[in-house]
Ligand binder design. Structure first.
Ligand SMILES: Cc1cc2nc3c(=O)[nH]c(=O)nc-3n(C[C@H](O)[C@H](O)[C@H](O)COP(=O)(O)OP(=O)(O)OC[C@H]3O[C@@H](n4cnc5c(N)ncnc54)[C@H](O)[C@@H]3O)c2cc1C
Length: 416
């Protein structure tokens, strides 16, 4: 079924009796050309582009929970391409361009909203750093504007401009950045992949990876053994546990990140705004809730829930940036498990096992990467060749000493 204004009208006139499920619920076949472990944004977009761009349709996405139960449905929905490094910027810009045409492409309303992302700065040194980032973006043809304090005030008068320690001096604005309704992204990619013949197998956990003579032959699952020619891992926060099934030791640690949403308020925050003197980001959803988050919890865990110390820390940062936030009630908070890499950048690569492919290390910035990650991973799986824009995201960069450390924090995953 194709969604359109006409199809909505048709449904309305027929009492909404003609809707069909957005994707099938197939039983797994004994064998696939490609199996993707993980039905998050990255696994589903990989399947979608494998089918759409490379004509590989005998594909299964195996998901232990339900579609959208992982980080793809838990994030704060921010998309942007305001990266500085050569290894990152063209990749995230490809992603932003794919976001821009995504809804028409997969015929699903993902509520892509390019409302702008504004990063605040609070000192001369930080302004110089942001100017450098903005210049690097513009050299790559990416939009960036350095705003002074008064320009920021016009956009967001409710910010605390005169904080004693961290006065707001200006901001770096990327107007094409914004938000996307996160679970609709999972649903849109799932539907698009399913329509092209991909089997999406929910509630099926991969429990082992079978290898014969050094190559992967399939996966053991809670629904039995499923064979494949190529196996692709896109398990995000569970990357290390899944990788261990193939004896992979990966430069990844899993940490929890929490997010929060307030009661619905009248429109007040028009952009995504991030605090430069700490780490806090906020936007307002279409329902009116303020959606915000801060740092990861500072210890490793696979539990999809966070600790109270980080709740307090997040609220402190939020209220420092927007004093009025102290009067809003928080409705809900939740956590997701992040695949934090040693340099804060992702890995899209083959592994030492020929037909085993790896997509991980998204830390807490992987949602915005969903389209480009799927596109580049599909390219790698289909052609056995790294896509040009993901060529710096190789697994062996840690051995070679070519870290892709955007924020310059060193090999400490919980700082990225
Ligand atoms: C609170 C929070 C806020 C965030 N905010 C942002 C943001 O604003 N912008 C941004 O760009 N990024 C953000 N992120 C990061 C982003 O959500 C992730 O980097 C990205 O979603 C990870 O990729 P994914 O969607 O494929 O992950 P997931 O949705 O987690 O997909 C991985 C899937 O693998 C499945 N799986 C794991 N093990 C197995 C197994 N053994 N068998 C079968 N299936 C398995 C899991 O169930 C899961 O569904 C945020 C994350 C969180 C938690």
């Amino acid at each position: 079924m194709r969604y359109s204004a006409f199809s909505i009208l048709k449904q309305a006139l027929s009492g909404n009796r003609l809707w069909t499920p957005a994707w099938r619920e197939p039983e797994p076949k004994p064998h696939y050309d490609v199996i993707i472990v993980g039905g998050g944004g990255h696994g589903l977009s990989t399947a979608y582009y494998l089918a759409k761009e490379f004509g590989i349709t005998n594909v299964a996405v195996i998901e232990k929970g339900y579609i959208g139960s992982g980080n793809v449905g838990r994030n704060t929905t921010i998309i942007r391409s305001n990266y500085m490094l050569e290894g990152n910027n063209p990749f995230y810009e490809l992603s932003l361009k794919l976001w821009e045409g995504l809804e028409q492409d997969f015929n699903y309303n993902a509520m892509v909203s390019q409302r702008g992302v504004l990063n605040l700065f609070h000192s001369d040194g930080q302004r110089d750093q942001y100017a450098r980032r903005g210049n690097a973006m513009r050299i790559e043809g990416v939009d960036a504007e350095l705003l002074d304090r008064e320009q920021v005030r016009r956009l967001a008068p409710y910010l605390n401009f005169d904080h004693g320690r961290f006065p707001i001096m200006g901001g770096l604005l990327q107007k094409r950045g914004g938000t996307v309704r996160h679970d609709a992204v999972a649903w849109g990619y799932a539907r698009g992949a399913d329509q092209r013949g991909v089997d999406i197998i929910q509630h099926c956990e991969v429990t082992g990876i079978r290898r014969e003579n050094g190559v992967v032959t399939g996966v053991e699952t809670t629904k039995g053994f499923i064979g494949c020619n190529k196996l692709a891992l896109a398990a995000a926060g569970n990357t290390t546990t899944v990788g261990r099934m193939a004896d992979l030791q990966l430069p990844i640690e899993t940490h929890v990140l929490q997010a929060f949403v307030s009661e619905g308020l009248k429109p007040v925050i028009d952009q995504v705004i991030t605090y430069g003197a700490g780490h806090f980001y906020i936007s307002q959803s279409d329902k009116g809730g303020l959606v915000f988050g801060a740092d990861i919890d500072y210890y490793s865990s696979y539990a999809q829930r966070g600790n109270l110390a980080t709740v307090e820390h997040t609220m402190q940062e939020g209220v420092t940036m927007i004093p009025g936030l102290s009067r809003a009630k928080v409705l809900r908070a939740w956590g997701g498990v992040m695949d934090m890499s040693m340099d804060g950048s992702p890995i899209i690569d083959r592994t030492s096992i020929d037909n085993l492919y790896l997509n991980c290390g998204w830390c807490y910035g992987g949602f915005k990467a969903t389209p480009a990650s799927g596109f580049c991973f599909a390219h790698l799986i289909a052609k056995n060749e790294t896509h040009r824009v993901s060529r710096f995201m190789r697994l062996d960069r840690f051995e070679r000493g070519y870290a892709l450390d955007e924020s310059g924090k060193g090999p400490q995953p919980n700082l990225h």
